[in-house]
Each structure stands twice: as structure tokens, then as C-alpha cells.
Design a binder for this molecule. Structure first.
Ligand SMILES: Nc1ncnc2c1ncn2[C@@H]1O[C@H](COP(=O)(O)OP(=O)(O)OP(=O)(O)O)[C@@H](O)[C@H]1O
Ligand SMILES: O=P(O)(O)OC[C@H]1O[C@H](OP(=O)(O)OP(=O)(O)O)[C@H](O)[C@@H]1O
Ligand SMILES: [Mg+2]
Length: 285
């Protein structure tokens, strides 16, 4: 039987989370620290561990069928690959930064300046759109060091918490774009591999839904049920079960994790008690 070849980052920001996603999809993968290629024992998939920068090229050339990498690498490498979906991790932004004591006057600050980056294509497109002439100094890593050693006036790099900028005496002045991990595929997948991919995508969808949602259970007086249901829409409609205590019910529903803290006060004000919020193992709509 054919195997679907998936390229993921060997070591770096996306490695652990890519493996974790596959494992949460029920795919068994054993990996030693030096493993560069491995087969799953219970799913028709072969995992290739690569530098993230190389993944677009391998997927374009059908060496790998699909890959997990940052959107930023797909934009930068500009290979012929198809984006399938976002994966909800590896969130970061690509920003311009300058030494913290510089007086930033707006985007024209960068005119005729030297900027160091590992993303020359994304940067040059941004400069062209904004009619800026910028001298781009391409380097492959430790970009934040560039201004302090006189290599460039500013940098264009990935920012997440901002602590690398801070530690290197820089300030973020323009966010050019945002990125997260995505799944890409080759434009020429065989019918059989496409079938395996669909099976994998079904599982990924269930895992991502379960990460984004929580199961909520609460007790409330029957008089408050309709008002509480307004606040808790649920997958279709909340479940309402009678409690042994006369005039009270238990209400169960599914809520978005990031909405929970916004609605908790409203639920309490409506008379909800004993509120439990529990993780969902898998969620299939
Ligand atoms: N600080 C961060 N927070 C969140 N996501 C990040 C962060 N830094 C990078 N990323 C995302 O993770 C991807 C991989 O980042 P990493 O720093 O591991 O790359 P790398 O050093 O180029 O790795 P490789 O050795 O595989 O080439 C980036 O392309 C980006 O999409
Ligand atoms: O805003 P922060 O949370 O500090 O994250 C930003 C840093 O993270 C990435 O590097 P990483 O630490 O992955 O190391 P690398 O340069 O070896 O890729 C990126 O290149 C930045 O340097
Ligand atoms: Mg890289």
C-alpha cells in the first residue's frame, strides 16, 4: 500500500507541536534524536524530518506529499504548493525593528537604510508596495544581532513575545504580516494518497476543534434556563437534564475556549452554579 509522505521540521519551533498533532490524530510515530525518516506503525504515513526552509521545495518536487511549516516559509520560497489549512500553532508576526533609542518617524525611516533579514522576498515585496528603497542584507539566523555589530540599521524578522528584540536593544516599529503553522500539499497527489490525506484531515479537524472548544456543565434554576441558553448556544442546542433537586436543571454545552472568560460572569449573574469546564478529547461535527 502507498504511504503518504509528510515533511515536518526536524528541530525547532514547530517540531514538537507537529509531532504532537500527528500523535493526537492517533498516529503512532517513534522517533530517536537522529531519526530523519520513520514510518508510522498504525497509519499509512512516512514522516520526513527536515529543515523547515526546505519543505516547500520537497513538496513542490513530490519528494514529500504534504508538509507542516510556517506560512512565512511558503511566502518566502514561492514554490508551487497548495495550502490546505491553518493548524493553530506557531503563531508569530514578521516585523521591522530598529535600535530602541532611534527616533522612528514612520515607514519612510527605512528609505535608503540597510535591513538584515532571512526573509528577503517578503521584505522586498513590502518595500515595493510602499515605494521604499531598502538595501536588503540577507542572513540566515541570529538576525537581531545585526544592528549592534554594524551590519544593518534595522532588521526584519519573526517576533512572538518580543523578548529577543528586547534582549538585543531593539524595538518593533512595523508589523508587516502574521503567520502560523499550515499544512501544505503537492499539486500532484495520486488518488490513493489523496484518500489517505482526506483521512488525516478528518482527524486533524477533530483534534483542532477539540483544542479550541471546552465542554461546560452547570446547574441552574429552571426559571433561568432560557436566559442561560441564549448565552450558551452549543453545537446544536444545549442539553438540559433535570436535577434531583426540585426546580433545578443541569445544562451541558460546548463553548469556545477563548469565549469562556467573557461569558462566565453573565452565567453567574443569571444564577448558574457549580460550573465545570472540561477538556474535550476529540470533537467531530
Ligand atoms: N518565536 C516564535 N514563536 C512562534 N513561532 C515561531 C517563532 N519563531 C519561529 N516561529 C515559526 O516557526 C518556524 C520555524 O522557526 P525556527 O526558528 O525553528 O526556524 P529555523 O531556525 O529556520 O529552523 P530550521 O533549522 O528548521 O531551518 C518559523 O518559520 C515560524 O513560522
Ligand atoms: O519574540 P520572541 O518570542 O523572542 O521570538 C522571536 C525569535 O524566535 C525565533 O528564533 P528562535 O528562538 O526559534 O531561534 P533561531 O534564531 O535559531 O531560529 C525568531 O527568529 C526570533 O529570533
Ligand atoms: Mg530554517
Amino acid at each position: 500500500m502507498d504511504k503518504l509522505k509528510i515533511a515536518i521540521q526536524k528541530s525547532g519551533r514547530l517540531s514538537e507541536k507537529s509531532l504532537e498533532l500527528l500523535r493526537e490524530c492517533g498516529i503512532k510515530i517513534s522517533k530517536g534524536s537522529q531519526t530523519l525518516k520513520t514510518n508510522s506503525s498504525n497509519f499509512p504515513i512516512e514522516v520526513l524530518f527536515l529543515r523547515d526552509d526546505d519543505i516547500p521545495q520537497y513538496v513542490e518536487q513530490n519528494v514529500a506529499d504534504i508538509g507542516i511549516l510556517g506560512e512565512n516559509e511558503v511566502w518566502e520560497k514561492n514554490r508551487k504548493v497548495e495550502t490546505i489549512r491553518k493548524l493553530g500553532f506557531g503563531n508569530c508576526r514578521l516585523s521591522l525593528a530598529i535600535p530602541k533609542d532611534e527616533n522612528y518617524t514612520g515607514i519612510s525611516y527605512f528609505n535608503n537604510k540597510k535591513v538584515a533579514t532571512s526573509y528577503p522576498k517578503i521584505l522586498s515585496e513590502f518595500c515595493a508596495e510602499n515605494n521604499l528603497y531598502v538595501e536588503i542584507e540577507e542572513i540566515s539566523g541570529s538576525v537581531e544581532i545585526a544592528p549592534s555589530i554594524g551590519l544593518a540599521h534595522g532588521i526584519f524578522d519573526i517576533v512572538s513575545t518580543g523578548s529577543t528584540l528586547l534582549m538585543n536593544g531593539l524595538k518593533e516599529v512595523e508589523t508587516v504580516t502574521k503567520s502560523e503553522a499550515i499544512l501544505i500539499k503537492s499539486e500532484n497527489l495520486s488518488h490513493e494518497k489523496q484518500k489517505i490525506l482526506e483521512k488525516l484531515l478528518f482527524r486533524i479537524q477533530a483534534v483542532i476543534y477539540s483544542r479550541e472548544n471546552k465542554y461546560i456543565l452547570l446547574n441552574a434554576p429552571n426559571t433561568a434556563i432560557s436566559a442561560i441558553i441564549e448565552v450558551l448556544p452549543g453545537m446544536k442546542s444545549p442539553t438540559v437534564l433535570p436535577l434531583a433537586k426540585e426546580g433545578w436543571s443541569s445544562i451541558h454545552s460546548v463553548i469556545k475556549e477563548d469565549e469562556f472568560w467573557d461569558i462566565i460572569d453573565r452565567l453567574k449573574n443569571l444564577g448558574a452554579e457549580s460550573i465545570l469546564v472540561v477538556p474535550i478529547e476529540k470533537m467531530i461535527l
